[in-house]
Design a protein around this ligand. Structure first.
Ligand code: AGP
Length: 612
């Protein structure tokens, strides 16, 4: 959610930092700001509530020339969105400026001490201003920024990605991280810090990933990284291979639409890169042996939002293929119910960003209890990935839109592959079943493309239905899990109140809400449950519902019961979620577009939720 960019080098820092911050806008924010250290030892701070455009307007015409600076996009945690709460924050002397991602847990106690002992008068409600002043007090004692940051961080509890500058030391930028991502970019005409790689990709492809409890001193031509004991550590350079263009819209009106259309490639990549010449699954980066797999007596899948919905499908796939009991939990609840976990548990964390704090906290809890941790993650080198025993990367590419689409379908591919891999290792998936799954999965990208060809038809349906106020998504079996994701897509980008429920559960209460004109979206792709779904559709139709159905090609009986039908290509029942979600994503997109919503950055939402 919050974003950090910093620069020190030959160029003017202002433009570089603002440009970098814009690359992080997709993470969601409510204010932005910049602090610059001039050669004349002046610290200039400018910050503004709202979009980065507001900040740009504010500084337009000002001479803000400096070779060192830090910038931030803030998503409010301590204190409301406002100019004064925006980062950077300065210490009382006005010499030191800090940008911070994360939460300082002991900020109240530190604030009290700084107020009572050092006479600090705070301007904002933020925990970050406490850090700035703590560093300021340490700077008074140490007369050296590096030493001051090191000393101050010894007193801080919580999570942070930090960028610190000091007017008296305009030759360096100090950075630190704990439980909040921070990278150092190595450029030709200077060096960078950033919370996310896209912010600096225009200038550098070589980066250092800062580890937990490390700090770094970054100069124009030099970078030094130190561990928690302030001993210098050597870090391998990480070469970013993905293209900066991959993070741009490429002609689509919104990132979400572009990412919906990237699904055939993402699914193909996730699949093909794990397949050897004989069509056997090779899970790179995963060291689960036959013995390990046979030792597991249960699997927990834990995630949030869309990733959690992928986990629901994972349950079907892994239980069926690997014959092992799977529990799926939302990460924010997992820790609070004392789950029964031991060394016979395989814990699977699913996360696009790899930075979702709830998922990370659940992972740590599971690890503490002895579970083997396998994560399914999209962002390479993210916290979830780094803290897992084994990582299964999705190959979705950078997902910018807040609404997750291609991450979901690639996560589903991973679920099937994990199920097949485990079942195969246990010797319970026959060659025939295995081949059938692989053939069906390999055909998915082509079938998704066919669904995407129906975009115009889906856009037309959305045009007729976008004014609906309440929408129900229903399905049976694996379709009910897809209905949750379809409903989430609609509500998060169109702000329509929508609700998903297992179709058979309707009659136990929820059907009372169906009235004349209520939109019901019925996912009816399961051959074995098709008749039952038709009955459910009849039930809601009898009460006046307008029904839009998603069904497999050929199951035309559904046309008699529904007002609109979108067909997906024929495939085995078990893998329909990879297809049936696509029309639901497009439908949500076009409904939101018709309603004039800010599709890529819906209100109140952030791409990566790094607070509990
Ligand atoms: C889905 O469209 C949302 N962006 C949200 O539910 C998301 O899936 C959730 O916050 C989890 O994020 P993660 O995959 O990055 O962990």
């Amino acid at each position: 959610m919050c974003g950090i960019v910093g620069y020190i080098g030959e160029e003017n820092a202002t433009g570089i930092i603002i440009e970098g911050l814009k690359k992080l806008e997709y993470r969601g924010y409510d204010s932005s700001g910049i602090a610059l250290c001039t050669k004349e030892n002046k610290l200039l701070v400018r910050k503004k509530k709202g979009r980065i455009a507001n900040l740009e307007k504010m500084i337009k015409g000002e001479d803000l020339t400096a070779n060192l600076g830090i910038g931030h996009t803030r998503w409010a945690t301590h204190g409301a969105p406002s100019d004064v709460n925006a980062h950077p924050h300065t210490d009382m002397s006005g010499k030191i400026a800090v940008v911070h991602n994360g939460i300082i847990e002991n900020f109240m106690e530190l604030k009290k001490e700084l107020t009572e002992k050092h006479g600090v008068e705070f301007k904002s409600e933020t925990d970050t201003e406490v850090v700035a002043n703590l560093i300021g007090v340490c700077y008074e004692e140490e007369k050296d920024l590096e030493a001051a940051v090191y000393k101050a961080l010894k007193r801080v509890r919580g999570s942070y990605g930090l960028g610190v500058v000091c007017a008296d030391e305009p030759d360096k930028l100090v950075a630190a991280r704990k439980d909040s991502p921070l990278i150092i970019g190595l450029g030709k005409r200077g060096n960078f810090i950033a919370s996310d790689i896209p912010a600096v990709l225009k200038y550098c492809r070589q980066i250092y990933l800062l580890e937990n409890n490390e700090m770094a001193v970054i100069k124009e031509n030099d970078v030094k990284i130190y561990d928690a004991d302030h001993k210098e550590v050597q870090r391998e350079v990480f070469n970013v291979t993905w293209d900066a263009d991959a993070a741009e819209k490429e002609g689509y009106e919104h990132f979400m639409l572009k990412e919906i259309h990237e699904q055939p490639d993402g699914i193909r990549d996730t699949l093909v890169r794990r397949m050897d010449d004989d069509g056997e699954i090779v899970l790179d980066g995963i060291n689960l042996t036959k013995e390990d797999i046979e030792n597991f007596d249960k699997v927990y899948i834990v995630a949030c939002g869309t990733a959690y919905h992928a986990g629901l499908i994972g349950k079907y796939a892994i239980e069926k293929l690997a014959k092992i009991s799977v529990e799926v939990d939302v990460a924010s609840e997992f820790r609070y119910r004392d789950p029964f976990i031991d060394d016979k548990t395989l814990f699977i964390a699913i996360s696009q960003s790899g930075e979702t704090l709830d998922t990370l906290a659940a992972l740590r809890e599971a690890k503490k209890k002895g579970a083997r941790v396998l994560s399914v993650v999209n962002v390479v080198g993210s916290s979830v990935a780094r803290e897992s025993d084994d990582v299964f990367y999705t190959w979705a590419g950078p997902e910018i839109a807040v609404a997750s689409t291609k991450a979901y379908t690639t996560q589903l591919v991973c679920m099937y592959m994990i199920g097949l891999y485990m079942g195969r290792k246990k010797g319970i998936v026959s060659d025939e079943t295995y081949r059938k799954y692989i053939d069906e999965l390999m055909a998915v990208p082509e079938k998704v493309s066919k669904i995407l060809d129906q975009e115009e038809k889906i856009a037309d349906i959305a045009k007729k239905l976008y004014t609906k106020n309440g929408v129900f998504y229903i399905g049976r079996g694996i379709d009910s899990a897809v209905s949750y994701e379809g409903s989430l897509k609609l509500k998060e980008i169109s702000y329509i109140n929508s609700f998903a429920i297992a179709a058979g559960e309707l009659k136990h209460g929820t059907i009372a809400l169906i009235e004349q004109g209520t939109l019901v979206i019925a996912i009816a792709t399961q051959d074995k449950l098709f008749e039952k779904m038709l009955s459910n559709i009849k039930e809601v139709k009898a009460r006046g519902a307008f029904v839009m159905a998603v069904a497999k090609e050929g199951n035309t009986a559904i046309e008699e019961e529904s007002n609109e039908v979108i067909y997906i290509p024929q495939c085995m029942d078990e893998i329909t979620p990879l297809l049936s979600i696509v029309p639901l994503q497009l439908f949500a997109y076009y409904v939101a577009r018709n309603r004039g919503c800010d599709i890529d950055k819906p209100k109140n939402l952030a791409k990566s939720v790094t607070v509990e």
